[in-house]
Write a protein that binds this ligand. Structure first.
Ligand SMILES: *[C@@H]1O[C@H](CO)[C@@H](O)[C@H](O)[C@H]1NC(C)=O
Ligand SMILES: *[C@@H]1O[C@H](CO)[C@@H](O)[C@H](O)[C@H]1NC(C)=O
Length: 299
């Protein structure tokens, strides 16, 4: 038995740094059933920044490992990637229960925060340089992570999401299958004041007083799944949370048809909150991995 344990440990260690997407079988912290996949480049920065990349509904860790286009960036910059893998029937993450919306509340967000701890302990990850990227359900989860784990995530880049808490179902507990799709939110009919959205975020970790994550937010004007009003609602939310008032707009930035809005001081890569509105683009906004890396300060 002892021998078997030792061999298993050696095998686990040997696969770290193999530059292959791998299912992390010994991640067992939970508390929910979301699976952990990781990608650890052969050469890591020491300690290595960590990016958690969260897939869309009907997606998977494997699929998003290529769709996010982050693996070449990880190789280039020595970054650890974590790909959470939903096991719900629709392949979505729980962004609605009281459990997931709360810091250490026992939901999917806590499982993902525990994956970061695993990567710090087992791969030499940098707890002080941890970031999140997500698309659609994954973008919603990235917003949830920014709200419930501002102590873990320094910056977040979201593609086609909704505000943190927009899908909330009050009184719901954590379940493997998320408690419902919110048509009201998805259709862009759930609007609140900036202060109300900000209060929601603050309520998910009420004792927290530290720095909040910087946010980069992409959305297409022709999104028919999570409609375009969700873009402005997210910007209202995070501008309130981050205490930012002034904006600067730049058309055709970074490319034709995109309008960039920077909140507060700073530039494309240093501002606290940057939005990109993609004219005529639907729910699948192209990933911009180079911009994710630059916004996180990892280029
Ligand atoms: C974490 O990063 C901040 C800057 O973002 C720095 O001031 C602080 O010293 C770092 N802490 C550790 C433990 O490295
Ligand atoms: C930037 O665009 C947004 C959205 O259209 C608008 O609300 C804001 O007033 C604009 N800011 C400036 C400085 O023009």
């Amino acid at each position: 038995m002892q021998l078997i344990t030792t061999l298993a440990t050696v095998a686990a260690v040997a696969t770290v740094g193999n530059a292959q997407l791998q299912k992390v079988n010994d991640f067992s912290a939970g508390p929910t059933k979301v699976g952990m996949y990781s990608y650890v480049p052969k050469t890591l920065t020491k300690p290595a920044p960590i990016i958690v990349a969260v897939h869309h509904c009907q997606g998977s860790a494997t699929g998003y490992s290529t769709e996010s286009q982050l693996m070449p960036q990880a190789d280039k910059h020595g970054i650890i990637l974590i790909f959470p893998n939903s096991k719900s029937s629709g392949g979505c993450f729980d962004v609605a229960s009281d459990a997931t919306l709360k810091h250490d509340g026992g939901g999917d967000s806590q499982t993902i925060a525990n994956m970061v701890k695993y990567a710090v302990t087992n791969y030499g990850g940098d707890a002080n340089r941890t970031y999140a990227v997500g698309t659609s359900s994954g973008a919603m989860m990235a917003n949830v992570l920014a709200g419930a784990y501002p102590d873990v995530f320094k910056a977040t880049s979201v593609y086609s999401g909704v505000p943190d808490g927009c899908f909330a179902v009050a009184g719901s507990t954590a379940t493997q299958d998320p408690p419902g799709w919110s048509n009201n939110c998805a259709n862009g009919q759930l609007t609140k004041t900036a202060a109300a959205w900000g209060d929601a975020v603050r309520s998910y970790y009420p004792t927290y007083t530290g720095t909040r994550p910087r946010m980069q937010i992409f959305h297409g004007t022709a999104d028919n799944t999570l409609r375009y009003p969700n873009y402005a609602e997210q910007l209202k939310q995070w501008s309130n949370v981050l205490g930012l008032t002034t904006t600067k707009n730049a058309t055709n930035t970074p490319q034709s048809g995109y309008t960039q809005t920077i909140y507060g001081d700073g530039t494309t890569t240093t501002a606290q909150l940057v939005g990109y509105s993609a004219q005529g683009v639907g729910h699948t906004v192209p990933q911009h991995p180079d911009m994710d890396i630059a916004f996180f300060g990892l280029a």
